[in-house]
Design a protein around this ligand. Structure first.
Ligand SMILES: [Zn+2]
Length: 214
């Protein structure tokens, strides 16, 4: 995906962290989460710190050396900043600190760092948005040829479906669908029971349709 593609996907996905922050803390926090999602949508790339360097290149024995500019990154491209586990952990951590389950509440009580974070609405809203924005970036990078690490310095993965920058609209659409599902689950509109109900309803329609055309 291009920089702008990631940005638009991040803007679409920002509804989810914004919805969580709105439910738990209120409108100003929701806006903060929304903006941070957009800010995080290109984070895995800009955190690599890209710079340009001039190098002298000799193309042949009799040719004059040419000076060309190459683009380099301080951190390896699609390395540490693209590690799924880091972004996922940051997201799950902020999510659980906002909506703690019973066992996580016990954990918060045991660690003062967690209980301080648990009390800071603004930090949690910012972190939730930024981490989710980063995840949307990785989601957008996944179909490309160059793999991204799932765990630090370990197993790398890519779908190798198309080149970076291709099929952007399709990816944005997918991000939109996933965001809607996540918001649906968050709003308790989408439960397993309801999904099964829809499944039954759609299968009935399909069966009826085939009986009619036969
Ligand atoms: Zn990237």
């Amino acid at each position: 995906m291009t920089k702008n593609g990631h940005l638009i996907a991040g803007a679409i996905a920002s509804i989810y962290p914004a919805f969580i922050a709105l439910n738990s803390f209120g409108l100003p926090y929701s806006l903060a989460a929304c903006l941070m999602t957009i800010a995080g949508a290109n984070a895995p790339d800009y955190l690599e710190i890209r710079y340009t360097k001039k190098i002298v290149k000799k193309s042949g024995f009799f040719q004059k050396p040419k000076e060309i500019t190459v683009s380099k990154t301080v951190l390896a491209h699609r390395g540490v900043t693209h590690t799924i586990l880091y972004w996922f952990t940051a997201f799950i951590l902020s999510y659980l600190l906002i909506n703690p389950t019973v066992w996580f509440h016990e954990l918060i009580g045991r660690f003062s760092v967690l209980s301080e974070l648990h009390d800071s609405k603004i930090i949690l809203s910012l972190l939730l948005g930024y981490a989710f924005g980063g995840l949307t970036h990785l989601f957008g990078d996944l179909p490309n040829k160059k793999s991204i690490p799932i765990i630090p310095f370990g197993f790398r993965f890519c779908l190798n479906l198309w080149n970076s920058g291709e099929k952007e609209k399709f990816m944005m659409f997918l991000v939109g669908v996933v965001t809607c599902i996540l918001v649906g689950i968050e709003a308790n509109l989408l439960t397993l029971d309801r999904l099964l109900e829809w499944y039954a309803f759609v299968s009935e329609l399909i069966v009826e349709f085939f009986q009619k055309i036969r």
